[in-house]
Design a protein around this ligand. Structure first.
Ligand code: GTP
Length: 924
């Protein structure tokens, strides 16, 4: 089997090439046009991506022999029985091809898709008026068919009367239905029976009434108001026993739901010949004449069929239907509109769906991940929110820059050894700065007289090693703050960490913090036991202590090199550098291709009065040259000049070489990636796009990376299987006790509990950074975070929990692991209002002129409509609220107001509008 072309597969599946292309794109396959070929696995994937409802539906149809005779003759109006190409593919092929067209005659088939063909003539008529009702009014969907309303046939009085002294100047329903003379100025033509734009047309017994009634199988006995139509379709009232599409194999009930334009308009599941309108069948019987119109019909029918198959109705609107597996990738900060675009839906339809889900959102509003998941689930899509790194990767790909492919495409000859990049970490005052100075001065002074150096954030030294001069790059910002900040930004800068521990002080909280950060980043560690010149120095004790943290010295049989040094007295500095090189050589293969445009990371940057943005960048691959166009974070520009850490101007910088760069438009942040582009325009555009993405990300209050409540769900979705925790407490005993107790929880085989960091003291920015990177939950025991730490956690969506009783913490975590810790919400009544009069407005729909009876009526609050003690409309929202002519945000007890419940229009005098909200019950 040769490779198949997209359009062939599309045809096979029964979708358009465009849809197939879109799907391929969604799946990450980039295919140019319908005539492009795809590899068999891709073809298979594509087929699998479309629901197979088709097959079962058609098969039965194909079977009935009666079809066969008719089919070959009239049915295939020479059309496209493409399959005929195949010699005589016996039965299956042709049989498959036929059903689509010949189906009409064969009502037994009953599959929903078929019907439209037969009823085609009607469908169009309806669809013009029908879509409307479906569209705008979600909450009043089919359920209440035309029943009671139609009779009122509001066409009644086209005499809107300007609502005298009512708060809106709108005509009340009472007035408008009074059949007196037409009053001008009445604004909305309340009763105006214009089926075309009257959202209620179908329910009022207009033609489209069929629409309301027809739902196959839906309340079969319901009187069909569309009497006129009824005469045409004998089978109109769906038979109770008629097969519902939902009964069909593989057919989900949703698509069958009636009012899709392609839906079975006659309501008559086309079973039994009498059931169909007969026209389609008759046409077939009469041969020619019929075949022409039939051909036309069937085309339309196919379209409708398709539409119906790929859409479903929710809350009265038609939205695309995913198959539950279709992945939709969205950037963080995306809006409903973005999502709509991806699934080819109307943003307005999604707004309605959101309302049905109990959330109010506008098309342009950024939504958080959770909300997208909820919405995706409802529509049958798997929403993936791409990480900032992925996002940047995709952004670059849109400029045809693929860093991964670039790296993968490099051959061994392109690669040259590069210097290891080292970060020095450790507890306060253990000598990090001093050690960095010692390393640097010992080397710089060797080469350069004067040894005038300047701090640019990183420096490189040459070390004689096994007869060679080897370079080492040190990040000159000690501490793990910079390290985690960069890591949080997705930058992998450090190859090796030097953990400094003062021999006279021992392992301290930040020592542990630092080593945990290194471990989490999977970076090998070399321990520098410093201050050995000091009295009381006990280097062996340090080795013993660190063993407890899984840093086992080589001399104890482990694989971590420990070097005793004195930064002040320059003792063993060379040995330390040697150990770093040995560790790098043993654990890592550090190479990069210098022969290409430079890529790397910004290490440090500042705005200089005279020189503008000055950024220190570390070249990670390629060679950076003066004159290159570069983009670093959201800054871009042409490299005007470069300097190394001795202040020397340099023309180029190769991998692992840090240089200071002048020429960027703005100051990048530490950890921002940079790259050289072919032209300045690309650099500028990338920078602009990054800025926009950042803005969006900021806008989306991206809530909750992982919370204890959603842990089990994340596990269920296969996203994670480990609950990472960071424990902070006021005293070490408590932290240890908590950790011990936590690790004793019986969590079962599916999930794991991992304490990635524990420490004494307040929750710091570092803790939040670490939680951000490793998707951890922070547990604070008798400690609180500083204010800016709280806001950082909030911004990053990190779940922090505070306890003062160990058992409470254990209970919560145990419950989370067992999937039992659900947030609890309670409904809180906000207020209620009684409808005194109903006004109709063409612009706003029905407005309830009301008086607030209790509490407050607030705009956007959730609402329900109660009539004689029965809820007649639930999950509504106060979409508009007015006091006289002015919009109001809230109206209090005793005041009159006008309330609009969006597209919910079933309002009556005396009804009570209750408003409420869900509040999370705080845990104690
Ligand atoms: N005796 C002795 N003192 C040292 C040595 N290394 C550093 N010190 C002293 O220890 C103190 C702290 O050194 P720093 O290099 O500032 O320590 P740090 O880890 O960078 O400290 P922070 O920047 O506060 O995190 C200074 O007074 C140094 O002079 C050493 O090898 N021997």
């Amino acid at each position: 089997m040769a490779k198949a072309r997209v359009h062939e597969i599309a045809k096979d599946i029964g979708v358009s090439s465009k849809e197939a292309l879109a799907k391929l794109q969604e799946m990450g396959e980039f295919v140019k046009s319908p005539s492009s070929t795809v590899e068999p696995p891709v073809a298979k994937k594509l087929r699998a991506a479309f629901p197979k409802t088709e097959e079962p539906a058609e098969k039965p149809a194909a079977k009935p022999t009666p079809k066969k005779p008719g089919a070959p003759s009239g049915a295939k109006p020479g059309a496209k029985p493409g399959p005929a190409v195949k010699p005589e593919p016996a039965k299956p092929e042709p049989a498959k091809a036929e059903p689509a067209e010949s189906k009409p005659e064969q009502p037994e088939a009953a599959p929903a898709p078929e019907k439209p063909a037969a009823e085609k003539p009607q469908a169009p008529a309806q669809s013009s008026s029908a879509p409307k009702p479906g569209g705008p009014k979600p909450p009043a969907p089919g359920p209440k068919p035309s029943g009671p309303k139609p009779p009122s046939a509001k066409p009644g009085g086209p005499k809107p009367r300007s609502g005298g002294n009512n708060p809106f100047g709108l005509a009340s329903e009472r007035e408008s239905t009074r059949p007196s003379g037409p009053r001008p100025g009445g604004g909305p033509r309340p009763g105006g029976p214009r089926p075309g734009n009257n959202p209620f047309a179908p329910r009022q017994g207009m033609r489209g009434g069929e629409r309301g009634g027809p739902r196959p199988g839906a309340r079969p006995g319901a009187p069909r108001p569309a009497g006129a139509e009824g005469s045409r379709s004998a089978g109109a009232p769906p038979r109770p026993g008629a097969p519902k599409p939902s009964m069909m194999p593989g057919q989900s009930p949703a698509p069958s739901r009636g009012n899709a334009p392609g839906g079975p308009p006659g309501g008559g599941p086309p079973r039994g010949r009498g059931g169909g309108r007969g026209r389609g069948g008759a046409a077939g019987a009469f041969g020619r004449g019929g075949s022409k119109s039939k051909a036309r019909k069937s085309k339309r029918a196919k379209r409708q069929e398709l539409e119906q198959k790929h859409t479903r109705e929710i809350g009265g609107v038609r939205v695309p239907k995913g198959d539950g597996n279709t992945v939709v990738r969205l950037r963080r900060g995306s809006s409903l509109g973005d999502f709509a675009e991806k699934i080819n839906a109307e943003p307005a339809a999604l707004i309605t769906v959101m309302m049905k889900l109990g959330e109010m959102a506008t098309a342009n509003q950024s939504l958080d991940e959770e909300t997208f998941h909820l919405l995706g689930e409802e529509l049958g899509y798997k929403v993936e929110i791409v990480s900032p790194e992925d996002e940047d990767r995709e952004l670059l790909e849109s400029f045809d820059i693929n860093l991964d492919d670039e790296a993968a495409g490099e051959s061994a000859e392109d690669l040259e050894a590069r210097a290891p990049v080292v970060t020095v970490m450790g507890h306060v005052d253990h000598g990090k700065t001093r050690l960095l100075d010692a390393i640097r001065s010992s080397k710089v002074t060797e080469g350069e007289a004067g040894g005038i150096t300047q701090h640019i954030g990183a420096y490189q030294v040459d070390v004689p090693h096994e007869g060679q001069q080897r370079a080492l790059t040190f990040i000159d910002t000690p501490g793990h703050e910079a390290f985690t900040a960069m890591r949080a930004r997705g930058a992998k800068v450090t190859d090796i960490a030097v953990l400094v521990v003062a021999a006279d002080d021992g392992v301290m909280p930040q020592t542990v913090e630092a080593l945990n950060h290194a471990k989490a980043a999977n970076v090998p560690v070399v321990v520098a036991v410093n201050k050995i010149d000091k009295e009381g120095a006990a280097p062996d004790k340090i080795r013993g202590q660190l063993t407890e943290y899984e840093l086992i010295p080589e001399e104890y049989g482990g694989d971590v090199m420990f070097v005793d040094v004195s930064a002040i007295q320059n003792i063993n500095i060379d040995e330390l550098l040697e150990a770093v090189l040995l560790t790098a050589d043993a654990a890592l293969e550090l190479t990069a291709n210098p022969k290409k445009a430079a890529r790397g990371v910004a290490i440090e940057a500042n705005l200089d009065k005279g020189r503008g943005a000055v950024a220190t960048v570390l070249v990670q691959s390629g060679t950076l040259r003066v004159g290159d166009n570069m983009v670093a974070g959201t800054g871009f520009g042409r490299v005007r000049a470069m300097f190394d850490d001795t202040g020397e101007a340099v023309e180029e910088a190769t991998p692992s070489r840090p240089v200071q760069v002048l020429g960027l438009s703005t100051v990048p942040r530490a950890g921002d990636s940079f790259l050289v582009t072919n032209d300045d325009r690309t650099a500028r555009q990338i920078a602009e796009k990054r800025e926009a993405a950042e803005r969006n990300a900021l806008l989306a209050k991206r809530r909750k990376r992982i919370t204890l409540e959603d842990f089990d769900q994340a596990v269920a979705e296969g996203k994670i299987d480990t609950l990472n925790l960071i424990l902070k407490g006021d005293v070490s005993g408590a932290v240890e006790a908590l950790e011990d107790a936590l690790l004793k929880i019986d969590v079962g085989a599916d999930v794991q509990l991992r304490v990635i960091h524990r420490g004494v003291g307040a929750i710091t920015q570092n803790d939040v950074n670490l939680a951000t990177v490793d998707n951890a939950v922070i547990i604070g025991f008798n400690v609180r975070p500083a204010e800016r730490v709280t806001s950082l956690a909030d911004r990053e969506g990190v779940d922090m929990r505070f306890y003062s009783v160990i058992y409470a913490a254990i209970d919560d975590i145990e419950a989370a692991l067992k999937g039992m810790l659900k947030p609890e919400y309670e409904e809180v009544q906000l207020g209620s209002a009684e409808i005194r009069e109903v006004f109709r407005s063409s612009k706003f729909g029905s407005i309830a002129g009301s008086i607030v009876r209790s509490g407050i009526i607030r705009r956007n609050a959730k609402a329900r409509l109660v009539r004689d003690g029965n809820v007649v409309g639930d999950n509504l929202a106060i979409e508009s609220l007015r006091r006289f002519k002015d919009d109001a945000t809230e109206v209090r007890d005793g005041f009159e107001c006008g309330i609009g419940l969006g597209s919910f229009n079933d309002l009556k005098e005396g009804d009570i509008i209750e408003t409420w909200e869900m509040r999370e019950i705080p845990r104690t």
